[in-house]
Every structure is written in C-alpha cells, then in structure tokens.
Design a protein around this ligand. Structure first.
Ligand SMILES: [Zn+2]
Length: 208
C-alpha cells in the first residue's frame, strides 16, 4: 500500500491488499490499517467522465469519479492498469478512475471542476499506480487522441504517457505521483499483462 505523503486521507492499495469489492475481509483489514470505517462508497466504472457526489456508503451508480464532503465516508475506485487519482481540497475529497478513455473524456478535469463548483477548492492531487509509457502499447487510433504524449514501450513500439496526460489535467495543484507501472511491477494487478478480473483499490476520505 502507498500512502502519499502530506495527504490527510488517501491510500493506493496493491495486489496483496486484496479487493474489498469481492472480499469483505480484505475491506475490514484495509479499513483497520487506515483507521477508517469499513463501509466504502463505490462506483460502477464505465471509463467515462461522470462525477458523482457520495453521501453514503455502498454503490453510487455509474460514473468514474466521486467526491464527498462527509467526514469518515471512504470513496473508492478499483483499477488494473488504469490510474487512480485523488484530489484533496478544503472540506472535501475526490477520487477518479482514469484509463485512456477516461483521460480522453477529461474525467480528472471534470472531478476538479465539480469539486470547485461544490465549493471545495482543490489543493493537492495524488496519482497512484497505473500502466506506464514503458508498457502502454497503443495503435495510432489511441495515440492520436493524445497529442504530445506519444512515447515508446520498453520493446520499441508506440505508446502513450497517460500519467503525463493526468499531470497536465492537474496543472496548478500540488501533485504527488508514483512511478510504479502496474504491468511491469509484479506487485500489482494488470489487465494487460494477465487479462485478470482482479483489481487493486484506491481509497480517499476526509478524516473525522
Ligand atoms: Zn511498465
């Protein structure tokens, strides 16, 4: 698990932390370690840019970002190559799930804007583990969506630097990020590498 330094309520889980969506025991374990309630709010992720407000635990509905102003309500996303992003602000916190489709749709900017519109000034953001430009091989159809972010995989084919795209969407905020790549670092679930249905989770909360 990664706890981004300087954040009041953000954690990026890895494969060993388990997936609380499928395994309540993993959820209880993670919650106890983090000192947060075991009932989290979840999104039905669809790789879009819809932002939902979380006022209670459980399923929030279809969307790829959520924010809350309720202290002690953990909000979570599940990923395996997509990037989890946490935005902390004054009196609220938000979380997003961003793969290439979400990044192209502007999910991180949408979260930031929705939080601002709700009166939460975003202060700092953290980008968790996702697939690096080292591994995110893409065709021209995807590469063309990200002008200026084209890169090369470790094996010399065309790739996109999604992390760089997310950093740009967070321009003006204090941004922390991990360089961990979910595909080349074995401690993470990677859909690209394993075709797995398993996910690592990221969670954000406002402390009580
Ligand atoms: Zn990699």
């Amino acid at each position: 698990m990664i706890l981004p330094p300087g954040f009041v309520g953000a954690a990026f889980g890895d494969a060993a932390d388990g997936d609380p969506r499928r395994d309540p025991e993993a959820g209880r374990r993670l919650s106890a370690r983090l000192g947060i309630p075991p009932d989290w709010a979840w999104l039905r992720q669809v790789h879009g840019a819809v932002v939902l407000r979380a006022d209670g635990a459980g399923p929030l509905g279809e969307g790829d970002a959520a924010f809350t102003t309720r202290p002690g309500l953990p909000i979570a996303v599940a990923t395996a190559d997509c990037f989890p992003v946490v935005i902390e602000g004054d009196g609220g916190t938000g979380i997003a799930h961003a793969g290439w489709r979400g990044a192209a749709a502007g999910v991180v900017g949408a979260l930031r804007q929705t939080m601002s519109a709700a009166g939460i000034a975003p202060r700092r953001a953290a980008i968790g583990p996702g697939i690096g430009a080292c591994c995110f091989e893409v065709g021209l159809d995807v590469a063309d969506r990200f002008p200026g972010r084209q890169s090369t995989t470790a094996w010399g084919t065309s790739s996109v630097d999604l992390r760089g795209e997310l950093v740009a969407a967070l321009d003006g905020l204090d941004v922390w990020m991990t360089e961990a790549c979910t595909m080349s670092d074995v401690g993470y679930h990677s859909f690209r590498r394993d075709g797995t249905a398993l996910r690592q989770v990221a969670v954000a909360w406002l402390p009580d």
